[in-house]
Design a protein around this ligand. Structure first.
Ligand code: TXA
Ligand code: MG
Length: 538
């Protein structure tokens, strides 16, 4: 099929109307996103919408009309609740969709077998002209391939729908950018099923208290039924993995820059203000202080992610879920398949270093000065007693539990170090748990600043949470002698252990502060004193 590209001239609008009257499909601009329209009362035409989008048949469509009186005139609903009248007076035409009990004329294809129907009166002038010119009620979901971000330009529609629909009506970029607020009046208390630019607070000011459906902000369990079928599907996702980072601007930027220093396959989905501070490639989603602009930019930004070459993971700054932010959060959390990382609220200072360099001495000195030092070794002992971690270790290494169900740590170590590659498997299982234990200890610590004492700080990628990282290093010969004395193992074994670690150059490039510990403990202690003053009592 050759998809016609129509402009919003009187002549082209007539052409579009004629296509719709004949049972064809036209993508039309609305103030929110582009919709894929068909005659709502023609079940055959509506079925083609589902085919073109690849949309599951159990996901109902919104019926669009030019004005409120059309709802009664066309018998679209059983009866019009008083609250619908109030909402329409306040917000119509505009980005609000109201669900009511459906009238008999609504085909099953539109309502997907439910006994309700969603109605919306768009304010976009071209949508209005098309509705009036055709005289039809138009069923129209967003004009994207099912699962992709909704289209906010005619080009987005072409990217998804070229050759699958009769025409696209180009009305420029959509002003709102996220889909309409969907509210149902078919429940005892009205309930938001999908947040949009018209906020809960604005609606409550008109009709009193309403609820927000659980699925708006939370992931539904497999056995839970979605009030709005569209909310149960993975949605808005680009091909790259999206992860939300929840935390301050400073922590977000720090996380990205530290990660990007070691991993060039990441990008940022961030606010305009942060671009100059982030080293990774950035896609912007509007200004930090303008949520409406963020809404307008969001889907274009998500689509742009797929154009980045070599990017595997995109880290988005998580919006707060209030006001218009609820709509942004609702879309982003789905694009991220509910993957969110909480960044620490405390100042975190990493303490790491080469084996034998004296990190443990520094750690002890810091504790004696009253610093809160969170030990990775301790966290590791807790981590391996976690039931999920134990299950993963058994899956990787066979039965490694003792008779009492606790982990046989000696056996695990023996297996993990017996073959190259196995240590990496062990680390991939334990490191994330160790990090999460340390992060939660940081949150509950009675201090604004905490130290993460971790010889494997960089191996576990924990430096991304650190505001500063201290590296303790010493000359190779000195470390060799210390380890020979301390651990009583052979020179060869010490050399092997040392060679498995990052070299001095690595620490010099990735740490903020370097403590050279080639001399006496007293000298070290003086250095630690100074560093503590600098880093804690800033
Ligand atoms: O802004 C918008 O609402 C855009 C433009 C084109 O008008 N339309 C749109 O439609 O976003 P769509 O189909 O992509 O999303 C409609 C949402 C889906 O999540 C669907 O499950 C829900 O509304 N919905 C429709 N009818 C429903 C009903 N009777 N009961 C519960 N949810 C319903
Ligand atoms: Mg949609």
């Amino acid at each position: 099929m050759n998809t016609l590209f129509l402009k919003n001239t009187t002549e082209d609008i007539k052409k579009a109307a004629a296509i719709l009257t004949d049972g064809g499909l036209v993508a039309m601009p609305t103030e929110t996103v582009y919709g894929l329209a068909a005659d709502a009362l023609n079940g055959e035409a509506v079925r083609r919408i589902f085919e073109a989008k690849g949309r599951p048949m159990d996901n109902p469509l919104i019926v669009h009309v030019a004005e409120f009186s059309d709802i009664e005139r066309l018998h679209l609903v059983r009866s019009i609740p008083e609250k619908a009248v109030k909402l329409a007076q306040a917000f119509s035409p505009g980005p609000l969709t109201i669900i009511m009990e459906k009238g008999d004329v609504i085909p099953d294809e539109v309502s997907a077998g439910l006994d309700t129907v969603a109605i919306r009166i768009p304010s976009h002038p071209d949508a209005q002209r098309l509705l009036r010119s055709s005289g039809l009620a138009l069923a129209a979901p967003s004009a994207n391939t099912s699962g992709k971000p909704s289209p906010t330009t005619a080009q987005h529609v072409i990217d998804d729908m070229d050759g699958r629909i009769e025409a696209v009506l180009d009305g420029g970029a959509c002003g709102v950018g996220v889909e309409s607020t969907v509210i149902t009046l078919a429940t005892d208390i009205p309930r938001i099923l999908r947040p949009g630019i018209i906020t809960r607070e604005e609606i409550e000011a008109v009709i009193g208290p309403i609820e927000v459906d659980k699925a708006v902000l939370n992931k539904l369990e497999n056995n839970e039924k979605a009030a709005s079928p569209g909310m149960k599907y993975k949605h808005y996702a680009p091909k790259a993995r999206v992860i939300l980072l929840r935390g301050s601007d400073e922590k977000y930027i720090n996380y990205l820059n530290r990660l990007y220093a070691r991993d060039k396959s990441i990008a940022a989905l961030c606010y305009i203000e942060d671009v100059s501070k982030i080293h990774a490639p950035c896609i912007t989603m509007g200004s930090e202080t303008d949520e409406k602009q963020q809404a307008q930019a969001l889907f274009d930004a998500l689509r742009a992610v797929d154009e980045l070459q070599g990017v595997k993971t995109v880290y988005a700054h998580c919006p707060s879920a209030t006001g218009v932010g609820m709509a942004l959060y609702n879309r982003l959390i789905r694009a991220a398949a509910f993957e969110v990382i909480d960044l620490p609220t405390k100042r975190v200072i990493g303490l790491t270093g080469q084996t034998g360099a004296g990190k443990s001495e520094v750690s002890r000195m810091l504790s004696e000065m009253g610093a809160v030092v969170i030990s990775a070794d301790e966290a590791a002992r807790e981590a391996v007693e976690d039931s999920e971690v134990k299950a993963m270790l058994c899956a990787a290494f066979g039965d490694v539990l003792k008779a009492d169900g606790s982990l046989d740590r000696r056996l695990v170590a023996q297996i993990a170090f017996s073959k190259p590659g196995r240590t990496a498997v062990l680390n991939a299982i334990t490191h994330p748990k160790i990090a999460s234990i340390m992060l939660s200890k940081a949150e509950t610590a009675d201090a604004d600043t905490v130290f993460f004492d971790a010889s494997q700080l960089f191996e576990a990628r924990m430096e991304v949470y650190c505001d500063r990282v201290i590296g303790v290093i010493a000359d190779e010969a000195i470390r060799m002698e210390r380890l020979l004395m301390r651990d009583g193992i052979s020179r060869e074994d010490v050399a092997l252990r040392m060679s498995a670690q990052f070299d001095e150059g690595f620490f010099l490039s990735f740490c903020n502060d370097i403590l050279y510990n080639n001399g006496s403990l007293r000298e070290l202690s003086e250095e630690v004193d100074k560093l503590y003053e600098r880093s804690v009592n800033r």
